[in-house]
Design a protein around this ligand. Structure first.
Ligand code: SF4
Length: 465
């Protein structure tokens, strides 16, 4: 029995520390039967305000100064960063000698019960809803951010691997059955193309293969962004045997793979994906460190993948003008990496104008956090709904229209090719991902290719919803 369970048994009171976004995301997932007496926060601007409703009761934020007076109480810290949790716990211990736990202990204890109720509501509401037809017609591009922020590599151009401890987060995942219902075809209104991507290595999320299995059973198309080294998870996913609806987007970190003697393993896994009939695409992150290796990368790729990798464009998205991550000028950069003849690279390099036409992001696409369901229109735009709220009701879509705040459509190679802007119809997503190999085979398999040629704006026009 852990501290939380023991404390509930002993009828202790609970105080929540932290009135931020994390608390708002988890407050519904705490048992309504425990006694939460206060919420405290160090931010004095929050004191006196109602920051959460729990079990029908408004909880006002207070100063942590009340803590030393409290007896028979446990403090639950509501923050996501593991680092921050540790430091808050140390600070609390300086002023108080009671038990301090992470709020996720309470969430984990109640989540099965919470989900059971939500699933029962969903099953009842959806039993009378007709299953949408045309399984192969996609009406939504859902980008799911997997809360993995650590990596098994340490690429020179990436902060994640080198700061693994810094990014560690306290995460509670919903069950695959809950996620499947939140993303059901009935609720979405048809089939989705779902891209799963972590900030670190996506497949380090051990819960992910089971979630992918449920989403595949539901009938969706799945794309997994990976460095293609977590062989066990790749194999597990391939063994679900729904490989005509799965693509592995394999990032090719050539210098790091070479440094760690992992090139052979990478190639083996690419072969495994191909042999199982799944689609794949290989994507090189262009970085100055790789320039001396360009010829070597080209011949390695022709020999082992039957084609050159596609090339992405890495930019510093923390800076206002989003400059290239390179010492080269735009022109030199284009010339240097253009030798890979990648349609994705060419399109990303030329699509740098602010998008002023009507965009259906928020209906035709969204980005959602896998752990808490919060959804934004797209990467540079605001939050508009929570997909996990009221799963018994349809998703509250909201088209962004002319309200795009992004300086340009940063992921145009996906959003624009998949038809978020009706008036922009230049390329297909298939062109961004496929290569024909020297033996005449393709990286993208037939059924997946059929999906990747579609434009969601066109599909929605003829869609009964
Ligand atoms: S960035 Fe692209 S997808 Fe997002 S709102 Fe703007 S035009 Fe639409």
């Amino acid at each position: 029995m852990n501290i939380y369970e023991n404390s509930v048994k002993e009828n202790k009171n609970f105080v929540i520390w932290g009135c931020g976004r994390y608390l708002r995301g988890v407050i519904d997932k705490i048992s309504p039967d425990i006694s939460i007496t206060y919420i405290v926060d160090v931010d004095k601007h929050k004191w006196g305000g109602v920051l959460a409703t729990y079990s029908g009761k408004e909880l006002k934020c207070q100063s942590p100064d009340i803590l030393p007076r409290l007896k028979n109480t446990v403090v639950m810290v509501a923050v996501q960063s593991t680092e921050l949790y540790k430091s808050i716990k140390n600070d609390i211990k300086k002023i108080w000698d009671g038990e301090v736990i992470h709020i996720n202990e309470a969430v984990k204890a109640y989540l099965p019960e919470y989900e059971k109720k939500q699933i029962a509501l969903y099953d009842e509401a959806m039993s009378s809803v007709e299953e949408p037809g045309d399984m192969d017609k996609i009406i939504c591009y859902a980008d799911i951010a997997v809360p993995v922020e650590t990596c098994n590599l340490r690429c020179q151009y990436c902060y994640v691997g080198r700061n693994n401890d810094l990014y560690e987060r306290e995460v509670v995942y919903h069950s695959p059955q809950f996620v499947r219902r939140a993303f059901s075809r009935k609720r979405i209104g048809g089939t989705a193309f779902i891209n799963l991507c972590g900030m670190g290595e996506t497949l380090l999320c051990e819960e992910l293969p089971d979630i992918i299995r449920e989403l595949l059973y539901e009938g969706h198309y799945i794309e997994v962004v990976t460095n293609a080294l977590i062989s066990k998870s790749i194999k597990q996913i391939l063994e679900f045997n729904m490989n005509d609806r799965i693509i592995f987007k394999c990032s090719f970190h050539y210098a790091e793979l070479k440094r760690r003697n992992l090139l052979e393993k990478y190639v083996e896994n690419i072969q495994m994906i191909k042999e199982h009939g799944a689609s794949l695409t290989i994507e090189l992150v262009p970085h100055d460190e790789l320039i001396p290796y360009i010829d070597e990368i080209k011949s390695f790729s022709m020999e082992n993948f039957g084609a050159l990798p596609h090339v992405s464009v890495s930019r510093d998205e923390t800076k206002k003008n989003i400059p290239l991550f390179s010492k080269l000028s735009e022109e030199e950069f284009e010339k240097t990496w253009g030798v890979f003849n990648s349609s994705m690279f060419d399109y990303k390099m030329k699509t740098l104008k602010k998008q002023t036409e009507y965009c259906i992001a928020g209906r035709g696409s969204f980005i959602m956090n896998l752990d808490n369901g919060e959804a934004v229109f797209c990467c540079k735009n605001d939050r508009f709904t929570n997909i996990y709220k009221n799963i018994d009701k349809p998703i509250e879509y909201q088209e962004i229209g002319y309200g795009c705040k992004s300086p340009w459509c940063i992921n145009a190679h996906a959003y624009l090719t998949l038809g978020m802007v009706d008036k922009v119809n230049e390329h297909t997503y298939l062109e961004m991902r496929d290569r024909e190999c020297t033996d005449g085979s393709h990286w993208i398999q037939e059924r997946m290719a059929g999906m990747m040629r579609q434009r969601i704006c066109d599909n929605l026009k003829s869609h009964k919803y």
